[in-house]
Design a protein around this ligand. Structure first.
Ligand SMILES: Cc1ncc(COP(=O)(O)O)c(C=O)c1O
Length: 389
């Protein structure tokens, strides 16, 4: 079956953060929204069908996790990522950011140090700070168009940190960390007594020929010293269902986390969370392969368009997912002027690079998970804005 990702779906009026929050945030509604990380495509149809079928029953009483929830995750991880887990290693979490917050509460005390690698998905440090833990920023380095870990610096910065929160793959840079890089992270963190929280929400959107290395599979040290967070939410476009899970191989760590989660009933999922995960993972292969191909073609389109028409803006080519970090430094604008260029002149709503840390200055994050026609219109508007400066 061929799915149609070219269809333009009007998302206005659905309380969509990406679409309906533009007015509140930018004070205008004439911007093309290319910021929040969800896709403008229909959620995978088999997910919608499973929810509709359940709604047809018309009694929404208390439910427990359907057996397909855990079974489908186990099968998916094995087939898609070569990771054989046991069902008991899974803990439901109501969204990954909440899961990170739970892990912070469970494994650290106020004032403890938590390390992140900026520029990075901002809730990693915002949630840490709001929960009164100290954030240690160990910046990535941009070399030859891709982000890399400065391991000398990493080794020093990580000393005394209780946790490392790692975006694997990386948002906003789109890096798929290599096994060698992950193995070094695992070794260093094991030595320094730093627990690794590997956020793998974008893993299923890894773009061929890259392959996602699940952190816990990297080595025995990685397996024994990590919590891996995953979810079908990005890949199947269902983040509104707040449905994710943690995999913890180490019995002791898992016990500690599960006791914490159960004490607050945080690991009690909801009816639609369980059903949607089971539907996505049980029927998702073909749809996912097609959406990945469409995303990849949108990335190619963007890369070619920038090279040909807006060479002063370079993109960091993502190896996973649909977020593109645009390097706009050659335009020679400060962050406010850059923002004005995108908003006032190009009529586009993107995330400012500095959202992800001060290292993001001069960058903008573009979400290309939209129909090609929308992307083309946005790039044309950007070209015109740059030319008119
Ligand atoms: C790296 C990363 N983690 C977590 C999230 C959000 O996950 P959730 O909606 O499950 O909290 C995002 C969303 O963009 C993300 O990019």
């Amino acid at each position: 079956m061929n799915y149609n990702f070219d269809e333009i779906i009007d998302r206005n009026g659905t309380d969509s953060v990406k679409w309906d929050a533009v007015q509140g945030r930018w004070g205008r509604n004439d911007l093309i929204p290319m910021w929040v990380a969800d896709m403008d495509f229909r959620t995978a149809p088999f997910v919608i069908e499973a929810l509709k079928k359940r709604l047809d029953h018309e009694v929404l009483g208390y439910t427990f996790a359907c057996k397909e929830w855990a079974e489908s995750i186990v099968n998916w991880l094995k087939e898609r990522h070569g990771w054989e887990i046991r069902e008991e290693m899974l803990t439901f979490t109501p969204g990954i950011v909440r899961g990170l917050a739970f892990a912070i509460h469970c494994f650290t005390e106020k004032g403890d140090k938590v390390m992140v690698l900026p520029p990075v998905y901002h809730p990693f440090f915002l949630v840490t700070q709001k929960n009164e833990r100290e954030v240690v920023f160990s910046p990535l380095v941009l070399k030859e168009g891709q982000y890399h870990i400065d391991f000398d610096r990493f080794r020093k910065d990580v000393q005394g940190c209780k946790l490392l929160i790692l975006s694997n793959p990386h948002n906003p840079g789109g890096r798929v960390w290599t096994k060698e890089e992950l193995s070094q992270i695992a070794d260093i963190c094991y030595e320094s007594g730093t627990l690794v929280i590997s956020d793998e929400i974008h893993a299923d959107l890894t773009l061929p020929p890259y392959k996602h290395p699940a952190f816990a599979l990297i080595s025995e040290k990685a397996r024994m010293n990590s919590l891996v967070f995953m979810s079908p939410s990005k890949a199947f476009n269902m983040p509104g269902l707040a449905s994710s899970y943690t995999i913890i191989e180490n019995d002791e760590l898992r016990h500690r986390f599960q006791v914490y989660m159960e004490a607050g009933e945080f690991s009690e999922g909801h009816l639609f969370a369980y059903l949607s995960v089971a539907a996505a993972y049980s029927h998702g292969t073909e749809w996912l392969d097609q959406v990945i191909a469409y995303i990849k073609a949108n990335i190619d389109f963007t890369e070619n368009y920038l090279k040909e028409h807006i060479p002063a803006i370079r993109m960091i080519r993502p190896q996973a997912s649909y977020l593109i970090f645009l390097d706009c430094r050659e335009l020679g604008l400060n962050q406010k002027e850059l923002n004005n260029l995108f908003v006032e002149d190009a009529h586009l709503a993107l995330n400012e690079g500095t959202t992800f840390g001060k290292e993001g200055e001069g960058f903008m994050r573009l979400n290309i998970a939209c129909p090609r026609a929308t992307l083309e219109k946005a790039l044309k508007q950007l070209e015109q804005a740059v030319n008119n400066r």
